[in-house]
Design a protein around this ligand. Sequence first.
Ligand code: 13P
Length: 250
Amino acid sequence: MSRRPLIAANWKMHKTCQEAKTFMAELLPKIADLKDVDVLICPPFTLISTVDMGRDGSKVLLGAQNMHHESKGAFTGEVAPMMLRDLKCEFVILGHSERRWVFGETDDMINKKMHAAFANGLIPVLCVGEKLEEREKNLTDQVILNQLEKNLAGISESFVSGIVIAYEPVWAIGTGKNATTKDAKDAIALIREYLHSKYGQEISEKVRILYGGSVKPENVKTYMDQDGIDGALVGGASLEADSFAKLTRF
Ligand code: 13P
């Protein structure tokens, strides 16, 4: 089965409104002729509307980088799923390693957010991946499987088939030290095998699985050429329109 490739930008905590506007104005003409690739931008909350206005007339998809699982209430500083829908977000990154390891998000919290995404019609980009010390202790597979099992607990099969999963080894994020294509391919094959054993072949073949971690215009093709890798989730190299546009031409 062929899955549509997806190139996703995670801007993390970068850019002002003006910078986001300029980025969109520069990006759109560069990707106007793209046909067979989905392009997703996940800006900080403050720039979601700016990117939405800037994507007008294009097929660019819009996502957030996080959300709270509750629909409303006394949760100072948090953003609810419906608020993202209200701003026209279609996607939401959940379980990014910076949320897990810098802000202490647990697998249980991420699972609640997955359920909230389902309930609110948002497509999650669920991030999983091991830390360096876990890789060095040969725990990579165990860590990934444990994250999948806990983060997807109780999620309906029909919803799973539409989600996106990103394999992002923590040691490769923002370090310039990208995973080898073999490491990425093996981890992604493991994720697909897990989906196959849990949900069956049809669903496992529908889920798009991305690689993330120091992806750049110079190395994107080596990942995209691997069987089973359906796209990339990109931090640093997604911040300039020119570099991000190049990433879509793998
Ligand atoms: P870098 O591309 O900057 O390594 O970041 C990867 C990432 O965390 C994307 O979510």
